[in-house]
Design a protein around this ligand. Sequence first.
Ligand SMILES: *Cc1c(COP(=O)(O)O)cnc(C)c1O
Length: 168
Amino acid sequence: ISLLLAGVEKGDEVLLPTLTFIATANAVSYCKAIPHFIDCTRDTLGIDCNKLSKYLEENTESRDGYIYNKKTGRRISIIVPVHIFGHSADMDELQQLSQNYNLQIVEDAAESLGSLYKGKPLGSFGMVAALSFNGNKIVTTGGGGAILTNNKELAKRAKHVTSTAKQP
Ligand SMILES: *Cc1c(COP(=O)(O)O)cnc(C)c1O
């Protein structure tokens, strides 16, 4: 749902790290988009921003304000950093890349509730972030999770699509 809120469309490619739980990629497939895996770095366990930067420069072209994969012709509009075991991905670099390539950041913060990056909570960097309250997580409700956003309109839409569109 976080990906849908961030505007993923059928046939888009979504950037995500190789080191993650399958659910990150499943969410992309659920949206009929294509998972596009990016190498990770040992330092952060997250996306390797140096490699990603070089890769995007060499393998994408810009059109109508978006970048497209030169090989597949598909639009790449979203990047999903994952904060593995509560370790932050390199958010400064990712935010820079997000600006340079018009990529929306959707954080997979399933493992990072309570973690900070430079004093700021993980899950507060992207347009949207997803937390998990599954049984093996930091805080659990048995199952389920939460969506974080600072955007009121997105929050309203999230509520609509996660509650079978019930009217009060
Ligand atoms: C657990 C986990 C998820 C999925 O959470 P569920 O609530 O089980 O769907 C997604 N991403 C990561 C990195 C996780 O650890």
